[in-house]
Design a protein. Structure first.
Length: 295
């Protein structure tokens, strides 16, 4: 815990070589990366996704608005924890979190006791703060290439010029090559074309009190916006069980009770998207669109 706070409060900026050295040390302590899919634990979602999310891939998580960043962060961290779980031979691996300084200024710094309440031992967290989005993307790409990690969480602010289709393709290829799950957390940003395998929108739900009126589990409203395998847009309500490190479906609800406004800018995908070529260009792709989030 103390080491975690020291890393957060240090005035010295770590260099890319420092990160590479830390990742190399982690690689010496671990075996090969896992394969297969990352199940969320919620049966309905995993069934829809044919077992879960592709592990060796890039996935995007959007906050529905700036006020929803905490919920989006909690969901992304839950995915990272699920990805970092492993067989006995692998053990639980470290998570690299790369965050732009501006996010700290706008929303506040990460809170170690809060992360611990979600189930993340701060000793497993490698935290890198970068001055700009370009630094975030460079550090995120370094992490995505390291098979010793359980997951990489990349958090730039807004819509930086440095993040384009080519940059996302670079992250996706790094994740595919190493087997690491890369999660791109977006806030104050509109949907844009990317090489992400899935795209999610998240907003908070009211928790349900436990016995003796104890605080309930964190609850999330999820919308699957895009799936490169052709899964149509879906919505779910889930809770995070930190003791089991799993998402759980909430009690069935009226499907007409939508969590998000109806979308008129895109239709469900009936087949897989056209794959990107090696130079990051798509053979045929229409731009995604969406309402700009307030920042």
């Amino acid at each position: 815990m103390n080491n975690f706070f020291a890393a957060m409060q240090s005035t010295a900026s770590p260099t890319l070589s420092d990160l590479r050295r830390s990742l190399a040390e982690a690689a010496l302590r671990t075996g090969p990366a896992a394969t297969g899919k990352v199940g969320l634990g919620a049966a309905e979602i995993d069934a829809t996704l044919s077992g879960g999310l592709e592990r060796a891939a890039l996935h995007e998580v959007y906050a529905a608005g700036a006020a929803d960043l905490a919920a989006a962060t909690g969901f992304a961290l839950g995915l990272a924890l699920r990805a970092a779980q492993g067989e006995a031979a692998r053990g639980e691996r470290s998570i690299l979190w790369v965050r732009q300084d501006f996010v700290d200024a706008e929303t506040g710094r990460l809170h170690a006791p809060g992360l611990n309440e979600l189930g993340l031992d701060p000793a497993r967290l490698l935290l890198v703060r970068a001055r700009d989005a370009e630094g975030v993307l460079r550090a995120g790409a370094e992490g995505a290439r390291c098979p010793a990690l359980g997951a990489v969480l990349i958090e730039p602010w807004g819509e930086p010029r440095a993040f384009d289709l080519t940059a996302s393709r670079r992250l996706a290829l790094a994740a595919e090559g190493s087997g690491v799950t890369a999660l791109l957390l977006r806030v104050a940003a509109a949907e844009a074309p990317s090489a992400a395998r899935t795209r999610w929108q998240v907003r908070p739900l009211v928790s349900r009190a436990l016995e003796a009126n104890a605080p309930g589990n964190p609850a999330f409203g999820l919308r699957l916006l895009r799936h490169r395998g052709g899964v149509a847009e879906c919505e779910w309500r889930v809770e995070w069980n930190r003791d089991r490190c799993t998402f759980e479906n909430r009690t069935a609800f009226d499907r007409s009770d939508r969590l998000f406004p109806r979308r008129t800018d895109a239709s469900p995908l009936s087949r897989p998207l056209v794959p990107l070529s090696g130079d990051g260009q798509a053979a045929a792709a229409g731009p995604d669109s969406g309402l700009r989030r307030a920042g």
